[in-house]
Design a protein around this ligand. Sequence first.
Ligand code: HEM
Length: 162
Amino acid sequence: MTSLHDAVNRGSLTWAVRDSLLRYVTVVARGSYTVEGGATITTDGAFAFPLRRAVQTDGQWHLSFAGSVRLTAHHGFLDVLIADPELVTGHEGGMLSARTNVDGTTTLIAATDAEVPQHSDVDLAWTANDVHLLESGVELFGGVYPAGTDLAPLKVRVSLDS
Ligand code: HEM
């Protein structure tokens, strides 16, 4: 088992959620999005969540990230929170979950294909291009996207040097 603690700034999850959603929120609905808790917006408009913890057990990586993004529009009717995302990934694919409510509710949002991580001596870099919405995540987007809807690719980088 490999466990990396106190790994803030030593890795990240980068995700744009879904391009058409960000366009809809900002352009169509004239809303906005904010990032907090260490999350940042990358130059190409995706959200980067800093790594909090990476644990490898039984061929699976359990990756916890910090920070949140909140999309708001329609005078608060649209209010989508994605906070402290977690990714569990292994040979059979990955599962992305996040806290989606200030009361702490966690939602299993998406499943990913089983991309094998690119290992080097110093880091693990992993990109999942096939990311799709799970039934449990449908409600998060107001029921507009059916289960199976394609979401933005996920990129993970974890620094392994200690
Ligand atoms: C006053 C309330 C709302 C109005 C008037 C409204 C209106 C619309 C319209 C007109 C579209 C189509 C946009 C387009 O195709 O260009 C749309 C899409 C969408 N709406 Fe709303 N909406 C409302 C509330 C919500 C809420 C509460 C959610 C919850 C998350 C939501 C989520 C979505 C999503 C995910 C799409 C699809 C965006 C895409 O990927 O193209 N909407 N809405």
